[in-house]
Every structure is written in C-alpha cells, then in structure tokens.
Design a binder for this molecule. Structure first.
Ligand code: PEP
Length: 248
C-alpha cells in the first residue's frame, strides 16, 4: 500500500512575514496526519522554513537544482546546498522550468540522477500541453519525459523517485483533468515503470498536479494510481492545503 504524499510547490511566492504566518497556521492545523507532507520553497527561504518546520511532520524541498556540484554557475543551487538545509525533496522538470528555462528531458533526467546521488528524492514532473493532448500525443510526450529519467538512473533507485503528472493546461488555470483522465495517464506511467522493474512500479508514488483544490482532491485521490498531489496555488492558503492533507 502506497502512502499518499501532499507536496506544496510555492513557486516564486512568499516573504519572511507571509511564510511565517502560512507555516504557523499549517502547523497549528496538523493533527493525526496519515500521509507524507512537504513544502518546496524558494531557495532564499530554506533556512527560515527549516527552522519553522523543525520537529514537525512536514518535510522541506527545493524547487530545482543544478547538475553541477559547485562552481561558476551564477544563480544555480547545488544539491549539497539543499541537503545543508535538510531538504528531503527537490522538484525537477516542472513545466515552468521546461518552458521558461529550456530544460530538456535529458537535463531533467540528469537533475533527477544528481538528486538521487545526493540523497534527495526527486519529484519528477511530466505533462503534456493542450496542443499535445488534442493531437493525441499525451502518452508519447509524458512517456518520453519519464523514459529519459528511467534510462539514466539505476534500477535500484527507481523506487526512490516520485513522479508528478501535471498536465500543463491544468497548471494554475483552474482546469483540472477529470479523475479518469488523470488515472489513465497515471496507469500508463506506472506501466512504463513496470517495463523497467515491476517491483518498483508497485512502490513508486505518482502524484497528480494541476489545479488540485479541496473540492476536487478527494475524487482525484480516490483513483487507484493517484498517490497524492503536487499543489501550487492551494498550497499558499493554509486552510486549503490542510483540507487536501485531510483528504490524503
Ligand atoms: C504546480 O505548478 O505544480 C501546480 C500544480 O500548480 P497549481 O496547483 O496552481 O495548478
């Protein structure tokens, strides 16, 4: 039985004051939690969030990492830096990074590999654009995105990744994939993992992301291959994030 994971992706949002109040509301609202929880925060706030979350069940994560260990890579964040702040997770291949930073499937796969080698759990995002869905390309696109990662990492490491299916057309738009649409893609992704290793396929978590909210989380998470959510907008409101955690 896979344990659900609810991971917040704060994206480029927050301030010292806003983070403090969001996290204190979050901590106050957590009781008898039955799922894994994480927040992936902007790098400048890692120290603050590490301190705020110490001793809680909420794990910390980064939103991206460099494939390089250190050196002349202005603006980038090394895996070891995330580890320094006790991060457990790091998002790789978010569609915003693929779209605005030109990240390719190969680069994303390298990032997943570096994360694993550093003891971080990569949350590997895959997803199709609306045009790709309408052209019937969903499985081909997300399959290629996932295959690039599966081809690069060690067989024994597959169970240590988290996959997040995030249809690009559903991110921040208020449009959600129907539970069955999401389930179909999740099942296809799990099948792809099983082609590499059946045991890992049964273990690996596949999250849904894309306008997941308190009012649609239950029907999405009721699907057999949906193991939680990667939450953008709703992770910025403690009351919404807590409702999704309660569902999970
Ligand atoms: C995301 O960007 O990872 C995401 C799921 O965003 P939202 O929930 O706002 O659609």
């Amino acid at each position: 039985m896979r344990r659900n994971l609810v991971a917040g992706n704060w994206k480029m949002n927050g301030s010292l004051a806003a983070n403090a109040s969001l996290l204190s509301e979050l901590k106050a609202g957590l009781e008898s939690v039955g799922c894994d929880i994480a927040v992936c925060v902007p790098s400048p706030y890692l120290a603050q969030c590490q301190a705020e979350l110490a001793g809680t069940v909420v794990a910390l994560g980064g939103q991206d990492l460099s494939v390089h260990v250190s050196g002349a890579y202005t603006g980038d964040v090394a895996a070891s830096m995330l580890v320094d702040f006790a991060c457990k997770y790091v998002i790789v291949g978010h569609s915003e990074r693929r779209a605005y930073h030109g990240e390719t499937d190969q680069l994303v796969a390298q990032k997943a590999l570096v994360a694993l080698q550093s003891g971080l759990t990569p949350i590997v995002c895959v997803g199709e654009t609306l045009a790709q869905r309408e052209a019937g390309q969903t499985d081909v696109v997300v399959g290629a995105q996932l295959d690039a990662v599966l081809a690069l990492i060690d067989l024994s490491q597959i169970k240590n990744i988290v996959i997040a299916y995030e249809p690009v057309w559903a991110i921040g738009t208020g449009k959600t994939a129907t539970p069955q649409m999401a389930q179909d893609v999740h099942a296809a992704l799990r099948n792809r993992v099983s082609l590499r290793d059946g045991e890992s396929a049964a273990i690996v978590k596949i999250l849904y992301g894309g306008s997941m909210k308190p009012d649609n989380a239950a029907e999405l998470m009721a699907m057999p291959d949906i193991d939680g959510g990667l939450i953008g907008g709703a992770a910025l409101k403690a009351i919404d994030f807590l409702s999704i955690i309660a569902v999970a």
